[in-house]
Design a protein around this ligand. Structure first.
Ligand SMILES: Cc1cc2nc3c(=O)[nH]c(=O)nc-3n(C[C@H](O)[C@H](O)[C@H](O)COP(=O)(O)OP(=O)(O)OC[C@H]3O[C@@H](n4cnc5c(N)ncnc54)[C@H](O)[C@@H]3O)c2cc1C
Length: 356
């Protein structure tokens, strides 16, 4: 079976690794050359760690665990707790290179500097910028958010949120003061972040606002900086597979991103695993679980940020801080992909009550 994967980010590479594990040798096309950069906070939850362990990827030498987590609404709400669940920060340039090196070492074919420009769905081939044709039995689009191929295939557009980011390498807090900081925006879904990695601090913001509105909010929270960079992340609509036979989407290209957190690394890797299961075993159960999980977090996001509820939510979070921290840790940051649905949420409340 000839499987071609377009895009060498975490989702395309993890799909490649899973196919190799199952005896299929895909070809992975990446338009850039490694090490390539990607605008990203680099936060890895325990969900991501589990996925990487399943793939036997040793990445710990690249990861840093800031000791503290702070969540605030930029005003009077301040939830602070220890990072005792192992939330990690990585740098994407190193991380993506590690994944792709593993893929090549395990026998995968990589074509760097190969941008795929066109797809012929009738004759089932793709064309690179160099004009080469590659025929496929299965084509996987892992081109990230807002890629061109999704548009070319005339698939429905996914809703994307704009993110702005800046890396500060001058003022680095001491080790014990390093934190993962999240600031909820008051009026729209989204948040700003300050992630203290080992030798740099990443300042960012993401929301459904336009560039000027977002930049103003960034400036209000962090102060003005030069060289603010922007990129999109899918933020809202559900993953949609291609309606064209033998073409699939993974990662950002398919909308596999947790809408509450904008977390796409672990979901991208998991969507690669789910698609490998579809291709190899014709089994879509993991994909269904992922979709339900995403849909649940989307409804939580809508609940949390709804105009009428958001003020009430903040009041409740302030009043029941311990419970709020418990939910953040267990339900939002630590839980795995199988956790979805309000019944599960009630189970968590129940466990919390017993714990008390
Ligand atoms: C500012 C920002 C901060 C973020 N922070 C976090 C975070 O802290 N934690 C987290 O989990 N997620 C975060 N995300 C989301 C996360 O970065 C993405 O969800 C993740 O990168 C998705 O992986 P992917 O492989 O699907 O796509 P990508 O990582 O975007 O990879 C797509 C690849 O395809 C290549 N490509 C595109 N078109 C073509 C083509 N035509 N031919 C060949 N190659 C092509 C691109 O060069 C790229 O290498 C953040 C996103 C943004 C924008």
């Amino acid at each position: 079976m000839k499987v071609l994967i377009v895009g060498g980010g975490p989702s395309g590479t993890s799909l490649g690794l899973w196919l190799l594990k199952n005896g299929i040798k895909p070809i992975l096309f990446e338009k850039k050359t490694f090490p390539k950069d990607k605008l990203c906070g680099g936060l890895i939850t325990p969900r991501g760690r589990k996925e990487l362990n399943l793939l036997n990827i040793s990445y710990k030498h690249l990861a840093f665990e800031p000791p503290n987590i702070n969540i605030s609404d930029g005003g009077s709400l301040n939830l602070s707790f220890k990072n005792d669940m192992g939330i990690e920060l990585i740098k994407r340039q190193q991380f993506d290179k590690l994944l792709v090196d593993e893929y090549v070492q395990r026998g995968g074919t990589l074509k760097e500097n190969h941008e795929i420009k066109d797809i012929n769905t009738e004759k089932k081939y793709i064309t690179s910028a160099q004009g080469e044709k590659y025929f496929y039995d299965i084509l996987v689009i892992a081109e990230g958010a807002g890629g061109r191929l999704r548009k070319k295939l005339q698939e429905p557009k996914l809703q994307n949120a704009l993110c702005l980011e800046y890396k500060n390498r001058d003022e680095i807090p001491s080790r014990d003061k390093k934190s993962i900081n999240v600031y909820f925006l008051d009026d729209k879904p989204g948040y700003a972040w300050r992630f203290d990695n080992s030798d740099e601090t990443v300042l960012g913001i993401g929301s459904l606002l336009n560039y000027t509105e977002l930049k103003n909010k960034f400036n209000n929270i962090f102060g003005e900086v030069h060289k603010l960079k922007g990129a999109y992340v899918p933020y809202g609509l559900q993953p949609r597979q291609s309606s064209i036979k033998d073409i699939y989407f993974v990662g950002d290209a398919g909308g596999y991103v947790n809408s509450l957190l904008g977390e796409g690394i672990s979901y991208g890797i998991a969507s690669g695993r789910a698609l490998a299961d579809i291709i190899v075993n014709n089994n879509n159960s993991l994909d269904c679980v992922l979709r339900e999980n995403l849909s649940f977090y989307l409804s939580l996001r809508n609940l949390f940020f709804s105009k009428t509820l958001s003020k009430l939510n903040i009041k409740l979070l302030k009043k029941y801080q311990e419970l709020a921290i418990f939910i953040c840790k267990e339900f939002i940051l630590r839980s795995d992909f199988t956790v979805f649905g309000y019944r599960k949420l009630l189970q968590y409340f129940w466990r919390y009550k017993i714990g008390q």
